[in-house]
Design a binder for this molecule. Sequence first.
Ligand code: NDP
Length: 278
Amino acid sequence: MPIELTAKPILIAGASSGIGAATARACAAAGMPVALAARRLDKLEQVASDCMKHDVPTSVIECDVTDAEACARMVDQAETELGPVYAVFANAGFGQESPLLDMSDADTRAMFETNLFGTLNVVRPAAERMKGHAQGHLLICSSCLGLFPTPWYSIYSATKASQHHIGRALDVELREHNIRCSTVHPVGTKTEFFDEMKAKQGTLTVAGSSESFMQPASAVANAIVRCLRRPRPEVWTSAPARYAMIASGFFPRLAGFAMRKAIAKRLNDQARESSTTA
Ligand code: NDP
């Protein structure tokens, strides 16, 4: 039997745009009260007004996931305003495209602070609350790259692999408390993710080639709602991508060859484009 989601509150950390905002709207449409957290309050208010159209209670919480105490307060506030939280989605994250040797220690640590430690800061207090309620569902936004160590995204892939490992382990460790944990593995998705990288870095080399094939954030959101109804360990929106990522682990030489060819082509295309515009 699918789980009835009506009146079961969800807290989403990283709900101000993209996948988190789309998930908030989809959960509200499924009847779930939603607590929306992130750093940009104005954006959260816009998402909240979309959610309220579904007549569900909403709560807006300013929170930076790199601050463990603020995350504990975020969980407290969500419970005070909406009642016992049933589900929590640790979604906050960002990327940076860079060859490994060009990535500074400061940038590397900053990405782990948000993507890995931010996830821990969210799921730890949430899981403690859920233990008290003897039920719950944690979701962690990893990536398809969590299973595929991608050149120019090695640090980002490492953060996403760490989230995947944590999620898989938590699903086993917390089962005795009737708490599930699912990792979410989106493929390229149209959100602010790439815009933000471009704003910081200028032209993207590797990601730039695939932007036209991106899925809408609602595809991930709908898959998450399906997983809330029928819990499973991993959420994927593309079966071919999933099997390709798994196969790359069995055939690393072939995966490396394909990546070298793809990146060489991309660099050539970019060189040609810049010589024609010069
Ligand atoms: P967006 O940039 O649109 O959303 C990122 C969200 O994370 C925003 O709500 C942002 O809110 C929040 N966030 C970032 N840093 C912090 C922080 N320190 N504290 C609190 N919130 C924070 O991108 P996406 O929707 O694409 O990204 C969501 C997740 O999906 C990320 O974990 C990303 O790695 C993952 N992903 C994305 C893919 C894609 O192709 N787009 C593919 C695979 C995975 P604010 O800035 O207001 O704080």
